[in-house]
Design a protein around this ligand. Structure first.
Ligand SMILES: *Cc1c(COP(=O)(O)O)cnc(C)c1O
Length: 356
C-alpha cells in the first residue's frame, strides 16, 4: 500500500485508522448483518451511531446543552443562504469580508436582507483579517465571520465582540483550534476538511436563536424544524455522519482538540519557520494572521511554482497547488496530517531550493 501525504484543502486526508475501521465494517457493521450505508436512518442501530457522533462532538468542543447540534445537507454553502433565512429578524446583518467564502456568504445573504460589509481585505488579496473595531452596526441581527480563510491562509487571532450573535463559518479549522463555543451564536462547518467526508454540514446553534426563521424558509433549511426532528426531517447523510463519528473517536484518542491544537501549531510553525528563512519560497499571508491549517506560499515565479508542485507530487506529497484564484502553493495541514508529512514537505522544499 502506498498512501501519499495528501495536502488537499478539501475533501482532505482522513486518519488511516478511521479508514481501516470503515473497511472492517464493510460489508457488515457490528453483527447487524448489513453495512451502515444500508441501514434505516430511523433504526435503533443507526440512532446509536448518530447519537454517539453528536456526543463525541459535544465532548470535544465542550458544547453546552443550551446549544443544538445539527447534521445538515449541502455543505457550508447551503448555510450561506440558511443563515439569513433563520436569523434576519430585523433584516440587517454584518459581514466581515476576509476571503472568498466570506464574500460568497455575504452575497448569498444579500438576497434576503440588508448586508453591511463592515470590513474587507478584498482589495489586498485577502492577505490579512480586516479590522472591524468600531465598525459594527448597532442592532444587527448577527455578525458573520469566517474563522479560517482556507484559500488565503489567514485566521482570526481575536474574535469580534459585539452585541449581535456571532455566526462563524468554521469549515476549515473546526476541531483544529480551541474555541469557546459560548462566544458564538452559531458555528457551522462543511465536514470535508476537519470533520469527515463531504456532503455533510455540522451546525451548532444556541437554542434561543431557533424559531426566528423567515416564512419563506424551506423546511429543510429551517434549523428549528431540523432541531425538532433531530436532523432527520428527511434522510440525513448517514454514512458521512458515521465516518465523522469515527474521526471524532480518533481525535479523542489523540487527546482531544486541546492536544491536537498544540500539534497543529507545531506543524504550522515548522513550515512558517522554513518559509521565513528560505531564499526561494515565501509565505503570502501577513505574519500576524497566518493560518494554522492552510499554509500559503509562492516562489514568486509561476513556472517555478508549477515545477515545485510536480516535484513534490513525485515524492508522494500531493495537492500542494494553491487555489485557482491565488495560484502558488498551499499546504493544508488539518488534524489528519501527521507532523512527518510536514517534515517531508519541508525536506522537499529544501531539496528543490538547492537545485533551483
Ligand atoms: C470549503 C469551505 C466552504 C465550502 O464548503 P462546502 O461544504 O463545499 O459548501 C465554505 N467555507 C469555508 C471556510 C471553506 O473552507
Amino acid at each position: 500500500m502506498a498512501r501519499v501525504y495528501n495536502f488537499s484543502p478539501g475533501p482532505s486526508a482522513l486518519p488511516l485508522p478511521v479508514l481501516e475501521k470503515v473497511k472492517a465494517a464493510l460489508p457488515e457493521y457490528a453483527e447487524t448483518g448489513m453495512s451502515v450505508m444500508e441501514m434505516s436512518h430511523r433504526s435503533a442501530m443507526y440512532l446509536d451511531i448518530i447519537h454517539d457522533t453528536e456526543a463525541r462532538l459535544r465532548a470535544l468542543m465542550h458544547i453546552p446543552d443550551s446549544y443544538a447540534v445539527l447534521f445538515l445537507h449541502g455543505g457550508a454553502t447551503a448555510q450561506f443562504a440558511s443563515i439569513p433565512m433563520n436569523l434576519m429578524v430585523n433584516g440587517v446583518a454584518d459581514y466581515i469580508d476576509s476571503g472568498n467564502f466570506a464574500h460568497g456568504a455575504a452575497g448569498e445573504a444579500a438576497k434576503y436582507g440588508q448586508v453591511n460589509i463592515v470590513a474587507s481585505s478584498r482589495d489586498d488579496q485577502y492577505t490579512y483579517i480586516p479590522d472591524w473595531k468600531g465598525k459594527l452596526t448597532p442592532n444587527a441581527d448577527y455578525l458573520h465571520i469566517t474563522t479560517n480563510n482556507t484559500i488565503y491562509g489567514t485566521h482570526y487571532i481575536e474574535l469580534p465582540e459585539g452585541s449581535a450573535p456571532l455566526v462563524a463559518d468554521m469549515s476549515s479549522n473546526i476541531l483544529g483550534e480551541v474555541y469557546d463555543v459560548t462566544k458564538f451564536g452559531v458555528i457551522y462547518a462543511g465536514a470535508q476538511k476537519n470533520i469527515g467526508p463531504a456532503g455533510l454540514c455540522v451546525l451548532i446553534v444556541r437554542r434561543d436563536l431557533l424559531g426566528k426563521a423567515q416564512p419563506i424558509t424551506p423546511k429543510i433549511f429551517n434549523w428549528a424544524t431540523q432541531a425538532d426532528n433531530e436532523s432527520m426531517l428527511n434522510t440525513p447523510n448517514t454514512f458521512a455522519i458515521y465516518v465523522a463519528g469515527l474521526c471524532m473517536e480518533w481525535l479523542q484518542q489523540q487527546g482531544g482538540v486541546e492536544a491536537i491544537a498544540e500539534v497543529n501549531k507545531e506543524k504550522a510553525a515548522l513550515l512558517y519557520n522554513f518559509l521565513d528563512n528560505s531564499k526561494l519560497f515565501k509565505g503570502t499571508a501577513q505574519k500576524e494572521f497566518r493560518s494554522v491549517m492552510n499554509v500559503t506560499f509562492v516562489t514568486g515565479d509561476k513556472e517555478k511554482d508549477a515545477e515545485f508542485v510536480k516535484f513534490a507530487a513525485q515524492r508522494g506529497l500531493v495537492n500542494v497547488k494553491g487555489h485557482r484564484v491565488v495560484g502558488g502553493m498551499r499546504a493544508s495541514i488539518y488534524n489528519a496530517m501527521p507532523i512527518e508529512g510536514v517534515k517531508a514537505l519541508i525536506e522537499a522544499m529544501k531539496e528543490f531550493e538547492l537545485k533551483a
